[in-house]
Design a protein around this ligand. Structure first.
Ligand SMILES: Cc1cc2nc3c(=O)[nH]c(=O)nc-3n(C[C@H](O)[C@H](O)[C@H](O)COP(=O)(O)O)c2cc1C
Ligand SMILES: O=C(O)C(=O)c1ccccc1
Length: 365
């Protein structure tokens, strides 16, 4: 049999589907309820068209960008995803090495199955000349002391920014997980960032409190307790984007959690112009949700995103081939990004403007 050619992120999803226990595949692939938003993220990119410029490009294009003092080899980062050891025995260690080798930021999930200190050590084995480019995602905890202990842990491990996920007053409901009876980690895996956080905590998934009573006061308290840049992940209403800036956040990661929280919210790329108008250039706006192609990255950047994140494609790479698989996913997206820039007549990622993107022309869907 001919070996499968791994040319696209979809090829990695196919390989992951074959490699993974179907229960874990469903956990990663799935979205909330009817999965309307999960599909919308992809469909929205599909509805946008690119209108390239001619006779103005260059042979070698600039892909690099610096955000919050973190140099990135391209404006693509690893959005936080939980439980990497479900996908591969090395879990987040493999992911971190791949991200560091590719020169991109990994946002470590609070619910990682390897401790953030060990993830940072793995990244350091690859990048010796600069600190590992890790940011840390957290859910604000109703007990501010728990949040503070987590932040201290992530900061001591060398994380360079905090990404606070605010779209989860309660956990989204995934009917795939219900049908499969998946509601906990298997024996031998734990949420290692929560183990022994303040006392003898076991690191169980249930230690992650989702609370509908969190308020801007909790965020203010965090904002004043750390010198790290704070980004909010999961702001969807433009009014909340305005409030977030007023409360001193350093950036937004525009995200609908990959269609995993409230179903039927809009696709992130459709919301991007409104959010950018609300923020009015005061802080960078990053975006994730449905990014699978170089053309998706170019569309989001041209509309004004400072960088884009990928969630599931990272886990597909990891499940398919560990560190090499994640690296391959990142490199194929880098290649597609560069190729798309060339075809658009752009000299680099800083040369993308809004008028490259048009709403879909009829017949081009
Ligand atoms: C398996 C899985 C686990 C996730 N875990 C987290 C998490 O722990 N924290 C968080 O803020 N977002 C989490 N997310 C959401 C991602 O950060 C991201 O917003 C989303 O996956 C982006 O969409 P994409 O998968 O279409 O690229 C998770 C997503 C998936 C698929
Ligand atoms: O699965 C998720 O999307 C997610 O965000 C999460 C939250 C808490 C624990 C594990 C995963």
């Amino acid at each position: 049999m001919r070996a499968r050619m791994m040319l696209t992120t979809a090829d990695f999803e196919d390989a992951a589907r074959e490699a993974l226990d179907p229960v874990y595949y469903d956990y990663v692939a799935g979205g909330a309820r009817d999965e309307v938003t999960l599909r919308a993220n992809r469909e929205a990119f599909g509805r946008l068209n690119l209108l390239p410029r001619i006779l103005r490009g260059r042979d070698k294009r600039d892909l690099d960008r610096t955000l919050f003092d973190c140099p990135m080899s391209m404006p693509l980062l690893l959005s936080p995803t939980a439980f990497h050891r479900l996908a591969h025995p090395e879990g987040e260690l493999a992911t971190a090495r791949a991200a560091a080798a590719a020169g991109v930021v990994m946002i470590v999930s609070m619910a990682s199955t390897v401790a953030v200190e060990d993830i940072a050590a793995a990244a350091r084995t690859v990048t010796t000349e600069r600190p590992p480019a890790l940011w840390f995602q957290l859910y604000l905890q109703p007990d501010p002391d728990v949040t503070e202990a987590l932040v201290e842990r992530a900061t001591a491990a060398g994380c360079a920014a905090l990404v606070v996920t605010v779209d989860s007053p309660v956990l989204g409901l995934h009917e795939r997980n219900k049908r499969n009876g998946f509601d906990d980690l298997p024996t031998g895996m734990a949420c290692e960032n929560l183990r022994n956080l303040r006392g003898g905590e076991p690191g169980s998934v249930r230690q992650i409190a989702m609370s509908a009573e969190l308020s801007w006061e909790h965020l203010d308290r965090l904002r004043h307790s750390t010198r790290l840049p704070v980004l909010l992940k999961g702001v969807l209403h433009p009014e909340d984007a305005r409030l977030a800036v007023e409360h001193g956040v350093d950036g937004l990661l525009l995200s609908n959690h990959g269609g995993r929280q409230l179903d039927t919210v809009p696709a992130t790329v459709d919301l991007l112009p409104e959010i950018l108008d609300a923020v009015a250039g005061r802080v960078p706006v990053l975006l994730d949700g449905g990014v699978r192609r170089g053309t998706d990255i170019v569309k989001a950047l041209a509309l004004g995103a400072a960088a884009v994140g990928i969630g599931r494609p990272v886990v597909w790479g990891l499940a398919a081939d560990g560190e090499d698989g994640v690296r391959a996913v990142l490199e194929l997206l880098r290649g597609e990004l560069d190729h798309t820039l060339a075809l658009c007549g752009a000299t680099g990622v800083d040369d993308l403007v809004r008028d490259l993107v048009r709403p879909g022309f009829p017949g081009l869907r």
